[in-house]
Design a protein. Structure first.
Length: 67
């Protein structure tokens, strides 16, 4: 998806403001919020990778392919 440069930087600024507001409301540090988002991102990457491995390696055996 192509996003114009100005819009992309505007989205980043709004995201930064929302993160700071969230950290202020929840009385936690901004680093904690960033760490939680990072954990969610890595968890998603790991789950997608495991799903692809299952789809291409293990699932064909259930249907009799690759026996």
């Amino acid at each position: 998806m192509l996003v114009p440069t100005g819009v992309k930087s505007g989205i980043s600024v709004v995201t930064g403001i929302l993160l700071r507001f969230l950290a202020l409301v929840m009385r936690i540090t901004l680093d904690t919020v960033k760490a939680a988002i990072s954990l969610i991102t890595w968890t998603r990457v790991v789950l997608v990778t495991m799903g692809l491995i299952f789809l291409f390696v293990y699932a064909p055996h259930f249907y009799g392919y690759g026996d």
